[in-house]
Design a protein around this ligand. Structure first.
Ligand SMILES: [Cu+2]
Length: 131
């Protein structure tokens, strides 16, 4: 008796936590993918969430440790956002973003892109398609 009740409770809990409406929005993909090594700065960075969210802030920190704000479009709620002309410099660039999850909770993360003059373009393109 107790055992079947315990199993029923465990199942109910498992189902509740598996329900996506209880979870924050998460990043589905970015183009280029985080960790990409590119021969030059991409003309834009694309961020796609698993559900509509609001991307509220994006900055890039390069090898010089200087934080530079990036323009976000669109400005409202969307699934895919673009950071146009990020003008990434040579070396390691960390794009730090903040967003409002659909459930109202703040979420954040970062995308690391390395610009290396001798990076093989074909390898970078493969990374771009990595989703
Ligand atoms: Cu949440």
């Amino acid at each position: 008796m107790f055992n079947s009740f315990a199993i029923a409770v465990a199942l109910a809990v498992a189902i509740a936590f598996a329900n996506p409406t209880f979870a924050h929005s998460t990043i589905k993909s970015t183009v280029p993918a985080s960790g990409s090594v590119l021969p030059s700065s991409p003309t834009r960075v694309e961020i796609t969430f698993n559900e509509p969210a609001r991307l509220t802030r994006a900055v890039v920190v390069g090898a010089d440790k200087v934080e530079r704000r990036l323009e976000i479009s669109p400005s409202g709620s969307a699934t895919t956002f673009f950071l146009e002309q990020p003008a990434l410099k040579r070396g390691r660039n960390e794009i730090r973003w903040k967003a409002l999850s659909r459930d109202g909770h703040p979420i954040d993360g970062s995308i690391v892109l390395v610009i290396k003059a001798d990076a093989i373009p074909s390898a970078a393109l493969e990374q771009d398609r990595g989703h």
